[in-house]
Write a protein that binds this ligand. Structure first.
Ligand SMILES: NC(=O)C1=CN([C@@H]2O[C@H](COP(=O)(O)OP(=O)(O)OC[C@H]3O[C@@H](n4cnc5c(N)ncnc54)[C@H](OP(=O)(O)O)[C@@H]3O)[C@@H](O)[C@H]2O)C=CC1
Ligand SMILES: CC(C)CCC[C@@H](C)[C@H]1CC[C@H]2C3=CC[C@H]4[C@H](C)C(=O)CC[C@]4(C)[C@H]3CC[C@]12C
Length: 596
């Protein structure tokens, strides 16, 4: 059956490179590019159709920084597609970045130089602002808008007897130190980007807890893996007060699959190589040239405050020759105030007025059509990295060519993260025959898009570990994952420094690349983990892993899972707070003058 894939922020950078890669390997995929600027979206679509004539590429008008836009776009998606197979939450911003140059030079000559280039920890601050909805812009764009989108699209993601994948483009700049439950939107801090990305890591875990049987709400987080101790952990005894629910066995669900780094081009030599994406910013691996500098003038204006019909500078995704040395127009002074819509100058959202009780909702119980069998609670196999190896689990299927990239390519070892997780079995890609989609929505629409219905009682926090049994996993459900694209040269990164600095920095970056595989540098490479996830069975993925796109010094791309520095309690608390905020925002919109 045709797979429907929606990508936010698909008109440039990593999002566009992902679309290119998906079409290259699966001509049957139906893409929906969700973008805020129709001109740039059209340009991206034309570029994709030029390299893939006949591909199905739809456009969706979506500004994830605007609540109304998200709600409208979600309605449109529900009207267009009967289900969604993959939802890539990729759009992101880092407005008004400021680099601490002193810290940079200090770090450059320290033992932390490589790490500094990978995470930018201690280097970057941003100046955020509030949106017309009274929310912090970075929080809304990078997290909350996407959260609302997932909530709105739950009916397309949770049902139909097939699992759906939600994938967050996070970052290695997702910093626990920047995140606070007391200031979710990071209104008081100077690292909203790091905060929002860390929040996405937490939220992904929470989504899994609430929407699939993979992470049982009762399964406690075993704690972040220490870099030196990736070994198994001892399972906790089952709480006699809270025994597992045997639940119905599902014969359909396959055993656990352990994903492995997959490079479709290198895995199977007979497999067709993706064609050169040509003018697109993505490039096949090999000797890489840094992506061309964005010839477009940085856009200081919020598109919501701009006249949409006003001409914009040339689109970055438009075909252009790669020329890393091409001069860029002067970058906006990060310290200069950004032009703002007067309506956007509202004070930040008064968090203190929020209702108290978080009410997580399982959408599959909200919408009768999306209702699925109860989540099984029988013992299930567990992630071998986090649990006792003596625990019962069926044998993990391993395909012969599924090798650890570290053993395939010695240069692929990242000295920063030698503890990378166990290899997983690659999922052979199943090219499916394209089938026309039913143009009519088959999924019943909620009566009021703003009010999805009564909320279910608060889900309890984890108490006892429940080993998971793959035989009882629900075949449908929403599976959320997080990726890190590495350091990629895109509009976002080029916006951080004037082009002069980048020209100076590029040789250093190519040198540093010898020591770390996280400098993926091109959008094509950065999209590796996103593309790899597309090929996996969602049930096989690790809810606590962040899947990193990696590129070795020799230009080999692979995906490496690493445990995230997150905990269940914080994840659950964040989820509850986001639901509270959603309730308030929905009410505000319903009562506002221009309700949907
Ligand atoms: N580049 C890097 O090194 C890294 C990037 N990332 C993440 O990767 C993701 C993609 O960024 P990248 O490709 O690098 O940068 P780009 O700036 O090239 O891409 C960002 C995309 O998001 C879109 N976007 C931004 N705001 C909105 C909005 N409100 N509504 C809809 N779309 C929006 C942009 O659209 P428009 O063209 O209209 O602005 C653009 O298409 C981001 O989430 C970023 O945080 C993570 C780690 C590293
Ligand atoms: C001469 C100096 C002023 C040079 C400053 C260098 C910095 C501008 C860059 C060094 C490391 C870069 C980054 C690292 C991590 C990225 C992260 C994963 C992400 O999500 C977005 C971009 C990065 C923060 C990126 C940004 C530029 C650097 C800070």
């Amino acid at each position: 059956m045709e797979k429907v894939v929606l990508v936010t922020g698909a008109n440039s950078g990593i999002g566009l490179a992902l679309c290119e890669r998906l079409l290259s390997q699966d001509s049957g995929v139906r893409l929906c590019l969700a973008c805020r600027n129709s001109g740039r979206a059209e340009a991206a679509r034309s570029a994709l159709l030029t390299s893939h004539p006949g591909a199905r590429v739809d456009l969706l008008d979506l500004d994830v920084g605007s609540v109304r836009s998200v709600l409208r776009a979600a309605q449109e998606v529900k009207a267009r597609y009967p289900r969604l197979d993959h939802l890539y939450l990729n759009a992101g911003i880092m407005p008004n970045p400021h680099v601490d140059i002193k810290a940079f030079f200090k770090g450059l000559f320290s033992s932390k130089a490589v790490q500094m280039f990978s995470t930018a920890e201690g280097l970057l601050t941003q100046q955020d602002r509030t949106t017309a909805d009274g929310l912090q812009e970075v929080f809304t764009t990078n997290l909350f808008g996407h959260f609302l989108l997932v909530r709105e699209l739950e009916v397309l993601l949770c049902g139909a007897g097939r699992p759906s994948q939600v994938v967050w483009t996070s970052s290695s700049n997702a910093l626990r130190s920047a995140f606070s439950l007391e200031d979710l939107q990071h209104a008081a801090g100077t690292e909203p980007y790091s905060s929002s990305k860390y929040a996405s890591d937490l939220l992904s875990l929470a989504l899994n807890r609430h929407h699939n049987a993979q992470v049982s709400p009762k399964t406690p987080y075993p704690g972040p893996l220490s870099p030196k101790t990736p070994g198994p952990r001892t399972p906790q005894p089952v709480d006699p007060l809270d025994p597992p629910d045997p639940g119905p066995l599902s014969p359909k669900t396959p055993g656990p699959r352990t994903p492995q780094p997959v490079d479709p081009r290198t895995q199977d030599p007979s497999a067709p190589r993706p064609p050169d994406p040509g003018p697109l910013s993505s490039r096949p691996p090999g000797p890489r040239t840094p992506q061309p500098l964005d010839p477009r003038t940085p856009q200081p204006q919020d598109p919501r405050t701009q006249d949409p019909s006003a001409p914009r500078p040339p689109d970055p995704s438009a075909p252009r020759p790669p020329d890393p040395s091409a001069p860029r127009p002067p970058t906006q002074d990060p310290s200069a105030p950004r032009p703002q819509d007067p309506s956007a100058r509202r004070p930040p959202y008064p968090g203190g007025l929020l209702p108290r009780t978080p009410q997580p909702v399982d959408p599959c119980t909200q919408d009768p059509s999306a209702r699925r069998p109860p989540v099984p609670r029988t013992p299930q196999p567990v992630d071998p990295r986090t649990q006792d190896p003596s625990a019962r689990r069926p044998p993990v299927p391993r395909t012969p060519q599924a090798q650890d990239p570290r053993t395939q390519d010695p240069s692929a070892v990242d000295p920063l993260y030698p503890e990378c997780l166990l290899p997983r079995t690659p999922q052979p890609h199943d090219p499916r025959t394209p089938q026309p989609l039913d143009p009519l929505p088959r999924t019943p629409q909620p009566l009021d898009p703003l009010y999805p219905g009564p909320l279910s009682p608060k889900t309890p926090l984890p108490r006892t570990p429940q080993p998971l049994d793959p035989r009882t996993q629900d075949p449908s459900g929403l599976f959320s994952s997080v990726i890190c694209p590495g350091l990629v040269m895109t509009n976002l990164t080029y916006g951080i420094l004037p082009s002069f600095f980048w020209t100076l920095l590029m040789p250093i970056m190519w040198f540093i690349r010898i020591f770390t595989n996280t400098l993926t540098l091109t959008p094509y490479n950065g999209a590796e983990a996103l593309n790899w996830l597309f090929l996996q069975e969602p049930e096989s993925l690790d809810a606590r892993a962040k899947y990193h796109s990696m590129t070795s010094g020799l230009g080999k791309n692979y995906t490496q899972p690493r445990q995230m520095d997150i905990d269940e309690e914080t994840s659950e608390a964040l989820y509850g707070k986001l639901l509270e905020l959603e309730t308030v925002i929905r009410r505000r919109i319903r009562e506002g003058p221009d309700r949907l």
